[in-house]
Structures are given as C-alpha cells and as structure tokens.
Design a protein around this ligand. Sequence first.
Ligand SMILES: *[C@@H]1O[C@H](CO)[C@@H](O)[C@H](O)[C@H]1NC(C)=O
Ligand SMILES: *[C@@H]1O[C@H](CO)[C@@H](O)[C@H](O)[C@H]1NC(C)=O
Ligand SMILES: CC(=O)N[C@H]1CO[C@H](CO)[C@@H](O)[C@@H]1O
Length: 169
Amino acid sequence: MRLTIISLLLSSTLALGNTLNVTVLGAQHNRSTLECWALDSGFKPSSEAGTAGTKSLDLGELGGDSQYTILPAGFNGGRHNAPALQWVIFLSGLAHITLPNSTAEAWVSGGKNGAILALDTSDVSALGHYTTYPSREQTIALEIPLGEGGVPGHSVLHVGACRGEELLA
Ligand SMILES: *[C@@H]1O[C@H](CO)[C@@H](O)[C@H](O)[C@H]1NC(C)=O
Ligand SMILES: *[C@@H]1O[C@H](CO)[C@@H](O)[C@H](O)[C@H]1NC(C)=O
Ligand SMILES: CC(=O)N[C@H]1CO[C@H](CO)[C@@H](O)[C@@H]1O
C-alpha cells in the first residue's frame, strides 16, 4: 500500500519533472491573465533520425501564418491582444509583459526558456496586455499559431509567470 502511494507520488513528480513548463498569457472574465502551465505532453526519447534517443516533446501540428520578428532594443509594443492563439518563442533579448489594471508581470528572456503561449485574443480579453523589450539587444520572436488541435493539454501550476526551478536549467 505504502509502496503504491510512494510510486504514484514518484511517477507524478517524474511526469511533472519531465515536461515543459510555460508561461501563458491567457484570459478570464474578459481580462488577460498570466499563469504557469505544465504541458501534458512530456519529454520522450525521440525516434527521429538525427535526434534519436534524445529528449523531445511533441508540440502537435501547428498551423497558420507564422512570423519571424525583429524588435529593436527598447521597443515598446504598447497594449495589444494576441492576434491568434499562438506560441511566441523568444530567441534573443528580453520581453516584459504586464497587464492593465494589475501588478502581474512576466519577464521572458530569449533562449531555452523563451517559449510562451499567447492566448489573450480580443474575443476573450477586452484590454489585452502590454509588452516592452527593455534589453540592450534586439529581441527576436518567432510567432507560430496553434493548429487545429488548439490549446495543448496542460495542468495549471499556479497563477503568475513560471519562475526559477520550473524552467530549464
Ligand atoms: C516544471 O515544474 C515542475 C513543478 O514545479 C517541476 O517539478 C519540473 O521540474 C519543471 N520542469 C522543468 C523542465 O523544469
Ligand atoms: C469584454 O469587454 C468589452 C469591453 O468592455 C465588451 O465590449 C465585450 O462585450 C466583453 N466581452 C465579453 C465576452 O464579456
Ligand atoms: C479601473 C481601471 O483602472 N481601469 C483602467 C484599466 O486599464 C485601462 C487601459 O490601461 C484604463 O483605460 C482603465 O482606466
């Protein structure tokens, strides 16, 4: 009995430890929100040529018009909504996301922890969010709309951006 509980605990911890946590710009009650999600689709050994045996996480079929955007150092994106349900993957620089009438914020550095989900489209969030790019280098962002599969399966870890040990070391 005790063993079963321990192994259940272990496997759920391992499952969480073995997935990607991402900061999500979502919406609730017509307002944008920030949450940290753990994706259901965990890392598995890849069977694809070229990456066989390495850790890989399936993002499903993505779709739509994608953008590779170069934001100059210090750029102010103003207040806006996500144009579509999409991954935004920051490759360099720094994005600072804040919400109107709220103290919630997210700092997202370009690089291995640069992927976020932006889901606060204008039909679900009246005011959207603010983004500025307050680093001394340009911020490069890749925007890739979600495909027909929609929002990936997930569990909500907590309100607010992912932080510290929730991110890749
Ligand atoms: C995601 O967060 C969970 C819960 O805090 C943690 O156990 C796990 O190690 C994190 N995943 C990564 C890749 O850091
Ligand atoms: C969200 O708020 C806007 C502006 O106040 C309003 O026009 C819209 O109908 C609201 N949408 C929902 C789903 O409540
Ligand atoms: C109640 C309140 O503070 N409303 C403000 C929310 O944010 C928008 C956009 O910044 C303002 O126009 C509102 O006055």
